[in-house]
Design a protein around this ligand. Sequence first.
Ligand SMILES: C[S@@+](CC[C@H](N)C(=O)[O-])C[C@H]1O[C@@H](n2cnc3c(N)ncnc32)[C@H](O)[C@@H]1O
Length: 903
Amino acid sequence: MPRSKWNRKRKAEAKLSKSGKDHKDKDAANDAGYKLNQDYSVAKQSNPKMEAYYSLVGLHNTSKRGDGTFQECASDEAKTLERERFMSSLRSILPASFRIDRSLDTRMQHKLIEEMKEFVGKEIEIEIELPKRSEAVGGMKTLLDKSPNSNDETKEEVIKRKIAPAKPIPFLSSNNNDKATKVVLGYQLSVDRRTLRRNPSLTPLHEWMKIHTDCGHLTRQETVSMIPPVVLDAKPGMSVLDMCAAPGSKTCQLVEVVGGMNHHRDDEVNDNGEEGMKYHEPKGYVVANDADPKRAYMLVTQLRRLQSPNVFVTSCDGQYFPILDEKKDKGTVREGMFDRVLCDVPCSGDGTVRKNPGIWRHWNQNGALALHPLQLSIALRGARVTNVGGYLVYSTCSMNPMENESVVAELLRITNGSLVLEDPRPRMEGLVARPGWNSWKVLREHNSKAKKDHKKKNSAKMNAKRKEWQEKRHKAGGGDSKELGDDAAGDKEEEKFERSPYYTLPYVGPETWDEETLRERTTSLGFVEYATYGDVEPEWRRRVRVSCFPPTEAEAKAFELHKCLRCLPHDMDTGGFFVALFKKVKPLSPDATARMHQMARESRGGIEVDAHLNSNGDKKDDTEAASNTGVVKDEGCVVKAEPSEEQTDDEPNVLNETEAQVKEEEDDGDAIQKAPTGRIGINHNKKKKENGDLGNEDFIPLDDSIWPPIIEEFGISSDFPKEQYMARASGEAKVLYFIAKSIKEQIIDRGIQNRVTVINSGLKAFERCSIAESRNKYRISQEAIQFVLPYMTKRVIVACADDFYKCCAKGFMEFGIYSQEFQDKIGELAPGSFVVLLNGQEKDTTKKMFLVMWKRSNALECFVSKVEMDGMVSKLRALGFDAPEPEPAASNTEDAEEEKVDT
Ligand SMILES: C[S@@+](CC[C@H](N)C(=O)[O-])C[C@H]1O[C@@H](n2cnc3c(N)ncnc32)[C@H](O)[C@@H]1O
């Protein structure tokens, strides 16, 4: 079990023993995915409803051929085999994967790839510890608690296997179309992170990964999560919107492509034709949005590593993402604001069950149905803000057609020719993805009230079935499930007989794949199936919408849904994922735009609904909202949109508070109020200010009076782009930010700040400090140094590698440790902020081998973070400088490593 999870488990146990009140806390711990006094691996790895649903809708009807193509399963045996492969993959722990930063210096990239060769292809024997009790257990908590198997199967099994520790992910390669020089940047390990950490044979790989992750050269990211940005095919210089961006792994991938410094080298001549330092600021930019401001701040933490000025982080409900004034092209208005839009929408997340075992417990078909309109509404808005000629990617980590193909089909239906589906497979070398479905079944679950009636009606039949089933299991030697069920239930007498015979422990797959038998199973588990929308009861029509139904034959032919990518866990040993790529070929029609507004009004606000409505549909207070555990989980992107059963009885609640906040956008761009964020009633500005963190105030131009002392102190040249420096407070602001020109002109100057909550943008360029003997009140900041340095004519020193290396340290450094030449140079400086450049790299801003230092009367201090310093030292080594090897990593870095976001 990962250490952080152990810690949480220990805390839950401590709380339990302290309070002595058993049941409530035990349930709380169980809800959080832990089972007190038992190993975590006993987490429920079966859910009868989920398994029966996917069997009926045909998830196991296709299998993979040896050559990576797919075929229909011709026999029941083939389907059974396919289901078993699928289920055993879901029950195994997800292997770790990572990617090398695309915007990294190419020499550094090659060095890392060369080092990776030691771990790819060559097989080594490693011991793999199987989790205690890897057997799957069924979906009922009460049964599980009393399972006779639950206490004794605690033996750890260790097996030996010969494996290559890592394999390349070919579709994640450098931005190079030339096959000869193209390099693979993504790698998937053969083991999960726990095995990687604990297995001595893998220590060299683990150590290597730790060092380079700390230096920001590697990012751990799930293999399937790397797919959407590659499918989006963003290019340097493009404008990109990531509509649902937190926690931000895909945003980072996009920023590395469109805003990475690596693509913009030009250090030969300056504007006057003279040799000198010059940079080309990346033109591309990413607007990263998330409805939940707290998660948007997580995004900022992730992005900080990239230090790119080309990102603008906002928080608003994606359904209301502002449509700013549109660009004029030869006199006519061109629809759209972004070349590429990613809608990685909130979803039920059943594709992430390998890393979020709590999904086994919470899976619920009505949750997927509830998310469908929100997903559609976000995707429609995404389509509206995509430039004509641009691309939109819709993705989920769900396997459910209600969240996938049905959304895609309705999007194509509404946009009526403005969007066309494209098949990204030809560009995705090595990707194994099944075709999207052209048809599917529509099912919902009973709500509690309906379920009771249904149970009453069927109880005799149920009882008979149940007995028959138990006898079968008994004969097959599968344990006395009757005894188990009856003992364990501990429930009211009547409920005991109402349970479906298929609600067993563990759930057993169907023997026959005859559709009627599969249907009988789902019906017995409380599902209702509809052949057409006309069959949907009026009171269910807002949950089971007409758009949930499959396309007609003619539509299916036109839509070509097979072009969508369906990634199943057992095909590439990954999580489950769905991706659709659309090209926008013409503006949306007025009808489509009207539908977009209507959808936003009708659909619920995703996280808002869960966080702010209690089970009666009333607004919760903030405390209650904050403690809503299952809403948006920090470990990933799973949004539990399923309301409680009482809520299901009611119709889905339309969020009137949200609607009231937004002036109806009858005319695009007319709404002047800010789009709603995900948490109503929390004053994030205030909260952030109290924490002393970045406020989310708007960016404003600087007071002119700020500049003269700075210009004088650092000898800033006259072509310095002052208009690109902004603050988040008037007067002598604490921080002066460098904002990318493209963000300034395309986003800020077009008034986005009036329409959304601004979370973050830009890089810190100057920070306020007090220097007694100087008129200047600002020091230089390391974050934006590469953008300030080309204009500095004073307080810049070039150092040899040895002196540069000595500067890379924490604390005060006495002058005497440096070479005489360096000492002479610092001797000429007055106390205060200055910059040290590495000799030979001083004209190359892309490598950023610059250190912001501070001179005191008798010592120097380096104002660079430890992470960045470590990165520089390893860059020094990659560039061939003789820097000492790193010290062995401290043991507590494992904890820190665990806490990092990995989606
Ligand atoms: C699937 S996750 C995104 C994962 C992210 N793309 C990544 O790669 O790290 C979905 C995100 O959508 C956000 N969200 C939920 N409802 C939303 C809405 N109405 N508009 C925008 N974002 C929303 C959630 O807060 C969550 O962070």
